[in-house]
Design a protein around this ligand. Structure first.
Ligand SMILES: Nc1ncnc2c1ncn2[C@@H]1O[C@H](COP(=O)(O)OP(=O)(O)O)[C@@H](O)[C@H]1O
Ligand SMILES: [Mg+2]
Length: 250
């Protein structure tokens, strides 16, 4: 049984079908990448899984139980946490306070929550910065804080939404180390990411969305060669040109 099983998930916004009958499985211990052009429905799918809103159709099963339509906090309590594409930490709170607030989900014991928060800060390389105000962190540190905040709730499945966007090569490499270490600690990861080099470096399966539909699912090296995926990324005209130039080659 997969840790996460999404079947036929559908979400409409008025006339737009943002997520259209999507099936997705994530096996325990895996790092799965979710890619696709802007507006493909990646964040909306995360929102369905994490309980920001209920699917209009389909089901989301986490660890053998349906979580579709449950409150985000309930889903998080069961061990599924997500990061937000645009982190909005309260600048007047410290790193430790921010993660502790998330960790309090599991009970009102402040000492225990703080202990979990210190561990989470260490897991994302923010040890020594626990007392820094989040407003004075660098962009890369804010991204790692966002991962740390999610980790503070001690998830078994972590959904990461573009945590490498806007980072330079050294910072990306640092984030990749954080993600690889999570796997070693038994945290399963589903990752939305535009940086293909980073995606290829860390995932063992790739799922591709385009206009709300799943168009590919498989080993990363096979998926990026899939003509349908290339077409989704380049647009029909450019893909046709590419095929023409291929055909012209001797
Ligand atoms: N809350 C919302 N209300 C209306 N439309 C939305 C909302 N969220 C997303 N959309 C639309 O749904 C589509 C998918 O968006 P999104 O899931 O954010 O894509 P991605 O994360 O792949 O870039 C887009 O056309 C977007 O404009
Ligand atoms: Mg998005």
């Amino acid at each position: 049984m997969s840790l996460l099983e999404v079947t036929g998930a559908t979400k409409r916004f008025g006339g737009l079908v943002a997520v259209n009958a999507v099936d997705l499985r994530v096996e325990a211990g895996g790092i799965v990448g979710l890619i696709g052009p802007n507006g493909a429905g990646k964040t909306t799918l995360f929102n369905l899984i994490a309980g920001a809103f209920a699917p209009d159709a389909g089901d989301v099963v986490f660890d053998g139980r349906s979580i579709a339509g449950l409150h985000a906090a309930t889903i998080c309590e069961r061990g599924l946490a997500r990061t937000f594409q645009i982190p909005q930490p309260f600048g007047s709170m410290t790193v430790l306070e921010t993660i502790t607030t998330a960790a309090l989900l599991h009970g009102r014991h402040i000492g225990r929550a703080e202990q979990a928060a210190r561990l989470a800060a260490e897991r994302v390389g923010l040890q020594g910065r626990e007392d820094v105000l989040t407003g004075s962190l660098t962009n890369a540190q804010k991204k790692r804080l966002e991962v740390g905040r999610a980790l503070g709730t001690m998830p078994r499945l972590l959904l990461l939404d573009e945590v490498m966007a806007g980072l330079n090569a050294a910072e990306v490499s640092r984030m990749l180390d954080v993600i690889r270490r999570l796997r070693g600690e038994g945290v399963t990861v589903l990752l939305v990411e535009h940086n293909m080099e980073a995606v290829m470096a860390v995932t063992d399966r790739l799922v591709v969305l385009d206009s709300g539909r799943k168009i590919a699912d498989g080993p990363p090296l096979e998926v990026v060669e899939d003509p349908q995926v290339i077409r989704a990324y380049l647009g029909e005209d450019d893909a046709a040109e590419l095929e023409d130039s291929d055909a012209e080659r001797p």
